[in-house]
Design a protein around this ligand. Structure first.
Ligand code: GTP
Ligand code: MG
Length: 363
């Protein structure tokens, strides 16, 4: 680039002469007027500075956009060794939630439930054990933000505790340990700490950053602290979801009801799902005809963090499939047909490959 006049450079940079003159002043460049010529080096320096400013401005705007998206509740899965108290903890949490409601307290199994605390709402996946979690994860969906791994303080870390840790880590979920059965005389939290240390996990009590909370799923001791820790961790994670986005989430469970038809439980992770919406999930599609929540209430819409049971899928979707909003039935059908064809084509390619390698073997 040769010498350039200020007004030419301003035009090139899509700015007014005055704006560019101001920048030149800031840089300490002297000139007579906007018609003055700039040295090549100066023009390059101006361009670099503008480039940097644009990058910074774009980053600021992106951050602003992110911050304008509201927070969403954390989604938690409970895992742990056999008999360490997963179901009991879920039951306790479910009960503590129902207790808040006056009469009735009819609950419906929708795959997840909310616990409201003064510090915020926590969504718990209603299926203990890591089997459900694993199937969901194998399909590539990230459901839980946080895994609470229950360890009976009467026993300490057991084989499935280690499995649970591995699963949680692989999914990218943050881990909180709940040292359970603290109401029993044989409970020893130090054993739990030491077992975790053996795995290279240093508890907060030992100066590390691994949260281990003493609880009793039976008496409820420590459960409030557990909830508080979950919410603190969620705050650090800065979990956000846009309720205005196109609805998207994951199928938690699905079954066929003889009378009602296909009933699918799903967790909305982003956007808002409404009655009448079309969705696709794997090779199935549906038009949402009815929705109900864990309280058994009929819903017309479900925002981020809501788990609802929906009616309207054409066929049985699989747990772990992602569902996404589509504009209409034409789109729903075309997308699912494409997916079916793709799968068939890839299966055929697999068959062909197997046939070829077999032929190679027999040569
Ligand atoms: P699986 O689903 O079989 O893997 O077991 P789980 O992890 O769901 O354990 P569950 O909640 O069924 O608890 C196992 C046993 O421990 C039951 O008899 C519970 O009553 C008992 N239990 C669970 N938590 C506590 C607790 O905090 N204190 C006491 N005393 N007993 C508990
Ligand atoms: Mg259980």
């Amino acid at each position: 680039m040769a010498k350039i006049r200020i007004y030419q450079l301003a035009k090139e940079l899509e700015m007014s002469n005055d704006e560019l003159l101001k920048i030149l002043d800031d840089m300490g460049v002297t000139y007579k007027s906007h018609a003055s010529t700039l040295e090549e080096d100066t023009a390059l320096a101006v361009k670099e500075l503008i480039g940097e400013q644009k990058v910074a401005e774009a980053a600021r705007k992106a951050e602003e956009a992110r911050k304008s998206i509201p927070h969403r509740p954390p989604v938690v899965v409970i895992m742990g060794h056999v008999d360490h108290g997963k179901t009991s903890l879920l039951d306790y949490l479910r009960k503590s939630r129902i207790a808040e409601k006056e009469a009735g307290g009819i609950t419906q199994h929708v795959g997840a439930f909310e616990v409201k605390t003064p510090g915020g709402t926590v969504v718990f996946i209603d299926t203990p054990g890591h089997e459900a979690f694993t199937t969901i994860r194998q399909r590539g969906a990230k459901v839980a933000d946080i895994a609470v791994i229950v360890i009976a303080a009467t026993e300490g870390v057991m084989p499935q505790t280690k499995e649970a840790i591995a699963h949680a880590k692989a999914s990218g979920a943050k881990i909180i340990f709940a040292a359970n059965k603290m109401d029993l005389p044989g409970a020893d939290i130090n054993k739990v700490y030491q077992d975790l240390m053996q795995l290279g996990l240093v508890p907060v009590a030992y100066g590390g950053d691994v949260e281990v909370l003493p609880i009793s799923a039976k008496t409820g001791q420590g459960v409030a602290d557990l909830l508080e820790t979950i919410l603190l961790m969620a705050e650090l994670e800065d979990l956000r979801a846009d309720p205005k986005a196109e609805a998207q989430g994951v199928i938690l469970e699905a079954r066929v009801d003889k009378q009602a038809g296909v009933l699918a439980s799903l967790l909305v992770q982003q956007g808002t799902l409404r009655i009448g919406d079309y969705v696709v999930a794997g090779e199935c599609w549906g038009k949402i005809k009815a929705m109900s929540d864990a309280e058994g209430n009929r819903r017309t819409e479900a925002g981020p963090g809501s788990a609802v049971q929906v009616l309207g899928f054409s066929e049985l979707p699989s747990a772990g499939d992602t569902f996404t909003w589509v504009p209409d039935q034409v789109a729903a059908k075309e997308i699912t047909e494409e997916r079916i064809e793709e799968r068939k084509a890839s299966e055929a390619r697999g068959d062909l490959q197997r046939a070829r390698s077999l032929a190679d073997l027999m040569r």
